[in-house]
Write a protein that binds this ligand. Structure first.
Ligand code: GLU
Length: 288
């Protein structure tokens, strides 16, 4: 049996908080228990929001928690060629199209509630406006250099792969993927030539990750990743989506809760063992 490989993949857009500690420890402990490997990946495709000081803080906080990881750490910003190659392949198969819509236009055209509240990092489900663009207009706008994202043509993509698309979650068991629920997801953003979905899928495969552990909020994103794996001939890892840490009032811990950053807890004299105890007693206990 091959040893498992897990990873923790934070974005250096802010300080890590307790929820991140939970996720990181979850991946690390799972690898330790199985005698496997643990990787840390820096998801810094959003160069407008990522900061070197937050990356430094990630290393410091995780080391303080008692974690170690293999070096060198993979930084997504250093691997744009890998994402470009994946995009070129999908483009060659006619599965992506440029989308010139602004956020505002998309928000206006999707005002009606759309099915379940899916975590789609691009915002509301896209109605497909630019998929139906007249080819001449599309060519003109590209020639003019109009800013555009690249979206996956979900219907075409699904027609290309064998169904059902299945993946396995350690908590939920067999899952049949329904990526169409997320619509024509963005594979390259206007401001950066890749997206969360594309880079995470390419990287997990590239790094030989065999078990992706992450929060429940990304459960439905896995359906898209499963589809991309099928389209790009990448292996499908096993998944374990864990519950999300909440505060005493049942609210999800998020970066905006400044008091819950690891750095702040450390400053208040909280020990790594206390952080471990807190996340082990999740979700309701309050921290010291
Ligand atoms: N960079 C992502 C985040 O911080 C990680 C997603 C994942 O683990 O796949 O939400």
């Amino acid at each position: 049996m091959t040893a498992i490989v897990t990873r923790f993949a934070p974005s250096p857009t802010g300080l890590l908080h307790l929820g991140h500690a939970y996720s990181a420890l979850f991946a690390w402990d799972t690898a330790q228990r199985a005698g496997g490997r643990f990787l840390l990946r820096i998801e810094d495709i959003d160069q407008g929001r990522c900061r070197p000081e937050f990356e430094a803080a990630i290393f410091e906080d995780l080391a303080w928690l008692g974690l170690d990881w293999e070096k060198p750490v993979r930084r997504q910003s250093e691997h744009m060629a890998d994402y470009a190659a994946a995009l070129a392949r999908l483009d060659g198969e006619g599965l992506i199209y440029p989308c010139f819509c602004t956020r505002k236009e998309i928000a206006e055209s999707t005002r009606a509630p759309h099915g379940p509240a899916l975590h789609n990092q691009e915002g509301p489900r896209y109605p497909g406006t630019c998929r139906a663009l007249d080819p001449h207009e599309r060519a003109d706008r590209l020639a003019r250099g109009d800013a555009h994202a690249l979206r996956l043509d979900m219907a075409k993509a699904l027609a290309r792969v064998a169904s059902p698309l299945v993946w396995h979650d350690r908590a939920k068991g067999r899952v049949v993927a329904h990526p169409e629920q997320l619509g024509d997801v963005v594979l390259a953003r206007k401001d950066t030539p890749t997206s969360y979905h594309l880079s995470v899928t390419v990287d997990d495969a590239h790094q030989g990750v065999t078990l992706v552990t992450r929060g429940q909020d990304l459960f439905h994103a896995t359906d898209v990743h499963r589809l991309l794996q099928a389209l790009l001939d990448l292996p499908t890892p096993e998944y374990h989506h864990h519950d999300l840490l909440v505060d005493g009032a049942g609210r999800r811990l998020a970066k905006r809760h400044r008091d819950d950053t690891i750095a702040m807890l450390r400053k208040r004299g909280v020990t790594p063992d206390q952080v471990r105890a807190r996340v082990a007693r999740h979700p309701k206990a309050a921290l010291v």
